[in-house]
Design a protein around this ligand. Structure first.
Ligand code: HEC
Ligand code: HEC
Ligand code: HEC
Ligand code: HEC
Length: 140
C-alpha cells in the first residue's frame, strides 16, 4: 500500500515537472530587433532578451490588463502579448507616464527600457553608457 502511494506521488511529481517545463519553455526569442509597426521614421532597437531574463524577473517587464483597462501584475505562466497589442492609441489612447506617451510602443519601451538603463547608469559609473541612445539604437 505504502509503495503504491509513493509510486503515485512520484508519478504526480513527474507530471508537475513536465508542466513546469512546458511553462518555462515559453520564454520567447533570445535576441530581438524591436520596431514600431507603423513608423514613418523607423528606429529599430536591439534587445538581448535572454541576457535580461537571466538577470531580471519576467514581471519587471511583462504585465497584463484587466477588463477596465487597468494594468495587472505579471503572474507566472500567463500569456505574453506584444507591447504594441495594448500600447496603441486604440487601447491606451491618451495614457501617459510623465512625458511618456503610453499609447505608443516608444513610450512603453522607453518607460521600461530607458528608465531602467538611466537608473543603472546613475548608480554605477562603469555602466554610464547604458543610457546612450546608441546602446539600443545602433548607428548604421
Ligand atoms: C527586460 C525586459 C524583459 C524581461 C525581463 C523579460 N522579457 Fe519577455 N519580452 C520583452 C520584450 C520587450 C519583448 C518583445 C515584445 C514585443 O515584441 O512587443 C518580449 C517578448 C517575450 C515573448 C514573446 C511574445 C510575443 O508575442 O512575441 C515571450 C514568450 C516572453 N517575452 C517571455 C518572457 C519570460 C517568460 C520572461 C521571464 C523568464 C521574460 N520574457 C522576461 C521584455 C522582457
Ligand atoms: C495586455 C496589455 C498590455 C501589454 C501586452 C503590455 N502592457 Fe504595458 N501597460 C498596460 C496598461 C493597461 C498599463 C497602465 C496604463 C495606465 O493606465 O497608466 C501599462 C503600463 C505600462 C507602463 C507604465 C507603468 C509602469 O509599469 O512603469 C510601462 C512602462 C509599460 N506598460 C511597458 C510595457 C512594455 C515594455 C510591454 C511589453 C514588454 C508592455 N507594457 C506590454 C497594458 C499592457
Ligand atoms: C530593470 C532594468 C532593465 C530593463 C527594464 C532593461 N534593461 Fe537592458 N540592460 C540592463 C542592464 C543592467 C544591462 C547591462 C548588464 C551589464 O552590462 O552588466 C543591460 C544591457 C542591455 C543591452 C546591452 C548593452 C551592451 O552594451 O552590452 C542592450 C542592447 C539592452 N540592455 C537593451 C534593452 C532594451 C531594448 C530594453 C527594453 C525592451 C531593456 N534593455 C530593458 C537593465 C535593464
Ligand atoms: C534601453 C534601450 C533604449 C534606449 C537607451 C533608447 N531607446 Fe529609443 N526605443 C527603444 C525601444 C525598445 C523602442 C521601441 C521599438 C522601436 O521603435 O525601435 C524605441 C523607440 C524609439 C523611437 C521611435 C521609433 C519609431 O519607429 O517610431 C525613437 C524616435 C527613439 N526610440 C529615440 C531614442 C533616442 C533619441 C534615445 C536617446 C535619448 C533613445 N531612443 C534611447 C529603446 C531604447
Amino acid at each position: 500500500m505504502i509503495k503504491k502511494i509513493v509510486v503515485a506521488a512520484a508519478a504526480a511529481c513527474f507530471v508537475l515537472a513536465g508542466f513546469n517545463l512546458a511553462l518555462a519553455s515559453e520564454t520567447g526569442p533570445a535576441e530581438m530587433k524591436l520596431e514600431t509597426t507603423d513608423s514613418k521614421k523607423p528606429k529599430p532597437a536591439i534587445f538581448p532578451h535572454k541576457a535580461h531574463q537571466d538577470a531580471l524577473k519576467c514581471a519587471d517587464c511583462h504585465h497584463g490588463m484587466d477588463a477596465e483597462g487597468k494594468q495587472v501584475a505579471y503572474v507566472e505562466g500567463q500569456e505574453i502579448g506584444k507591447c504594441e497589442s495594448c500600447h496603441n492609441p486604440e487601447k491606451l489612447g491618451g495614457k501617459t507616464k510623465g512625458k511618456l506617451k503610453l499609447d505608443t510602443f516608444k513610450g512603453a519601451a522607453h518607460g521600461n527600457c530607458l528608465e531602467c538603463h538611466k537608473e543603472v547608469a546613475k548608480k554605477d559609473a562603469a555602466k554610464k553608457d547604458l543610457k546612450k541612445c546608441s546602446t539600443c539604437h545602433p548607428k548604421k
